[in-house]
Design a protein around this ligand. Structure first.
Ligand SMILES: NC(=O)c1ccc[n+]([C@@H]2O[C@H](COP(=O)([O-])OP(=O)(O)OC[C@H]3O[C@@H](n4cnc5c(N)ncnc54)[C@H](O)[C@@H]3O)[C@@H](O)[C@H]2O)c1
Length: 445
């Protein structure tokens, strides 16, 4: 036969494929529409006109929708583009940010590295102690409520793997795992501790109990920062640790003086009753960089007044004496005391004594300027003489101050000059008011 069965099957298959292809084409392209619109209107039959008009309006509607959809897509695309740009900018900002460079610290192995808590570590003395302990390679936790301390004093350590800054008030208990506690938290200058006498008492009593309790729980050694103020207005001169003091228990300074006396009492009660390892440092007047500029203490007052060519004010006749130690000497003393086995209170101060008037003259000479020295009425309960007997510290700690008054004052004056400049810059910045409002602050950064 001319068409055998195989050929017939092939022809059938080809026809099927053509029909299938045609079906698909019709599905994708609206052939009816295309053909209708490509055909002139007048060629259509009359009853087809209605259908034609309907199809035209449908087509136009579709076209409008398509245009709208296209606009939406464009809109989304441009917004995506904007977002991409912003992400890019933020990425490049973070890439360009210089990683923080920390002062290089000693490496200590696990056995020698200690976990040390410094309460009040953002304050003047505390921050210098933190520097020393960090540089020695220890792990340091600062607990501070920032009443008189500043983050700026320790900001150079923030982010370091050995350092932790905790915002906490020690009047509330704190739970930490530490080997040593330097308990320094307490306002230290008269205007600060008299600002809220009850709080000063709570910090030195309840706060000290909390620290001794923590020391008991974790078996840590604790060093209490006491003060020469526990001697009050002393009847014995120079003051040795065996002197019991001459304190007015109800005067304006009592919140601090008696608070510190109770802190000492508590320490020895915990030592006797709970076997806590206690160290008590009776700190005498200390000065140096990071001390408070406006705390009304002799050194800061005189430096600030001389730098601003204001009158240097002496309260009383100027014959009262003070001895000042430089802060690095104090830190040496504290660290040595903590490392020692000595458990009795110990004076840490500089025994070189000067009258207040002499201080005024020395500072005026170092700074120069046109300040005059003037005298004002004496302050209530202001001790007349203050000079440590440091024979204990010499004997048991082999410690004595090394930095001379002039050397220390020069460093402190340099710090005050910088701080005054910084304050001026900040005041200028404030005048600029760079940010409009808080809603678009991120954009303005
Ligand atoms: N600087 C001196 O001349 C001197 C003299 C004798 C004793 N001391 C003692 O040394 C310690 C440190 O003195 P400083 O001169 O550095 O004072 P400072 O005011 O600069 O530092 C005290 C720190 O303790 C913090 N603090 C206060 N109350 C707190 C609380 N309830 N909880 C947590 N933190 C709190 C403050 O914010 C601050 O950072 C004090 O205990 C002070 O009594 C200092």
């Amino acid at each position: 036969m001319f068409f055998n069965q195989r050929k017939l099957k092939l022809i059938g298959f080809v026809v099927f494929c053509i029909l299938l292809g045609f079906g698909f084409y019709e599905g994708f392209v609206n052939i009816e529409n295309v053909s209708s619109f490509t055909m002139p209107r007048k060629q259509l039959r009359v009853n087809d006109h209605e259908l034609y008009d309907k199809q035209v309006s449908n087509y136009e509607e579709n076209e409008v929708n398509n245009v709208n959809n296209n606009n939406d897509v464009q809109d989304v695309k441009s917004r995506l583009h904007e977002l991409e740009e912003k992400v890019h900018q933020m990425e490049s900002k973070t890439d360009n940010r210089v990683p923080k460079i920390f002062p290089s610290v000693k490496f200590l192995n696990y056995k020698n590295r200690r976990r040390i808590l410094v309460t009040g570590g953002a304050g003047f003395v505390g921050s210098h102690l933190v520097d020393r302990l960090m540089l020695e390679g220890h792990e340091v936790i600062v607990v501070d409520n920032f009443f008189t301390g500043r983050k700026r004093n320790v900001e150079h350590w923030v982010g370091h793997e050995n350092f932790e800054l905790v915002h906490h008030d020690i009047v509330r208990p704190v739970y930490l795992e530490v080997d040593e506690i330097y308990h320094l938290a307490s306002p230290a200058s008269p205007p600060h501790y008299m600002h809220n006498p009850v709080k000063t008492l709570k910090t030195n009593t309840i706060g000290t109990i909390n620290m001794l309790g923590l020391a008991k729980r974790v078996g840590a050694k604790v060093l209490i920062a006491s003060t020469s103020e526990i001697y009050g207005d002393p009847m014995e001169h120079p003051q040795s640790e065996t002197y019991w003091g001459h304190v007015n228990p109800i005067g304006p300074r009592a919140c601090y003086d008696e608070g510190k006396r109770v802190a000492e009492t508590l320490s020895y009660a915990y030592m006797r009753q709970e076997n806590i390892k206690v160290r008590v440092a009776r700190i005498f007047n200390t000065f140096g960089p990071r001390m408070h500029m406006n705390d009304g203490r002799v050194v800061s007052n005189f430096i600030l007044q001389a730098l601003q060519n204001d009158s240097i004010t002496i309260y009383g006749n100027g014959e009262q004496t003070r001895s000042f130690q430089y802060v690095s000497d104090l830190v040496d003393g504290l660290v040595t005391l903590m490392a020692s086995n000595y458990t009795q209170p110990i004076n840490i101060g500089n025994p070189v004594e000067h009258t207040i008037e002499e201080f005024a003259m020395i500072i005026k000479d170092l700074i120069g300027g046109t300040s005059k020295i003037i005298r004002l009425a004496a302050v209530e309960d202001d001790p007349q003489r203050r000079k440590p007997d440091i024979s204990r510290a010499k004997k048991y700690l082999n410690w004595e101050p090394k930095v001379s008054l002039t050397e220390g004052l020069k460093k402190t004056i340099a710090y005050f000059v910088k701080e005054l400049q910084r304050t001026k810059h900040l005041q200028k910045d404030m005048a600029r008011i760079p940010f409009v409002n808080d809603h678009n602050i991120v954009d303005q950064l």
